[in-house]
Design a protein around this ligand. Structure first.
Ligand SMILES: [Zn+2]
Length: 275
């Protein structure tokens, strides 16, 4: 029934789009390589521009409210549904991923502001693998402060993590304690939820837990919708280096997970272009 409902919604939005925009159809197809050179006056949503620029191997173009994936499949960008905070987390369309821009100038997140925690599972699975087996095939080893960590090679993620390691290694020695006993790939759900963790896709790294804070550890028994007090002990210098190479930090989430860094060049791109 739910499935049928989605089809009806998809079909009705398709009809509307066709009726309204047929005349402009040929003009609105944006090839990936040109996404960044298009004047911002066109009607391409900023989130779409960020996706086209960040994931050119997987997202080919945008037209009439739909993204065309590299396999030719079309995906509706915005399902136009009103969602609560929890609904958006549990059932995000692609547009929802940009409803909380990642702001690199804010160090104290406001209530329920978790930029990057909203992920469209279908897109993530398409790019990085839909099962543990599929994801595993895309993993390569990245040297990391004496460890060899598995990370996906897709979208340049592993290369970006290598660049982060190189730059972190040039920081004064007092910072090294944060990088030991790090972990990356793990096909699992987000602790306390049914959502797949970014670690499942091989795009996330947790640095040393000894110097990190996770909101659930500090607030046993609290729900995701409850008010909590923000905590972070990870130095800003470390966070900025990750961000420079396309990673977001869980230290910028109201539901803080300060050991967590995730390769999300789309959000970093969106943040730079919409400022
Ligand atoms: Zn993590």
């Amino acid at each position: 029934m739910k499935c049928l409902l989605y089809h009806i919604i998809a079909l009705s939005s398709l009809c509307c789009i066709n009726a309204c925009t047929q005349a402009q159809e040929s003009k609105s197809v944006i090839p990936t390589e040109k996404a960044d050179s298009i004047p911002s006056t066109t009607e391409i949503p900023s989130g779409v521009r960020a996706l086209l620029a960040s994931y050119p191997d997987f997202i080919k173009s945008y037209s009439d409210g739909k993204l065309t994936l590299s396999n030719g499949e079309e995906v509706i960008y915005d399902d136009k549904k009103e969602k609560t905070f929890t609904e958006r987390m549990d059932n995000a369309d692609i547009e929802d991923m940009f409803t909380q821009p990642y702001d690199t100038s804010v160090w104290m997140p406001s209530r329920n502001y978790d930029p990057g925690r909203i992920r469209n599972e279908k897109l993530m699975k398409y790019m990085y693998g839909a099962t543990a087996q599929e994801v595993s095939k895309k993993l390569v080893k990245v040297k990391w402060f004496g460890q060899q960590l598995p990370f996906t090679k897709e979208n340049g993620a592993a290369d970006s993590l290598r660049a982060v390691e190189k730059e972190l290694a040039s920081l004064p020695e007092k910072y090294n304690k944060y990088f030991y006993q790090s972990s990356t790939y793990n096909w699992r759900k987000v602790r306390g939820s049914n959502r797949l963790s970014a670690h499942s896709y091989g795009i996330a790294i947790d640095i040393c837990t000894k110097y990190s804070d996770f909101w659930r550890w500090k607030n046993p028994g609290k729900e995701e919708t409850d008010e909590i007090t923000y905590v972070n002990r990870i130095p800003k210098e470390i966070i900025r280096i990750f961000e420079k190479h396309g990673f977001i930090s869980g230290a910028r989430w109201y539901h803080y997970d300060t050991m967590h860094f995730e390769f999300r060049p789309d959000l970093i791109h969106y943040s730079r272009k919409t400022k």
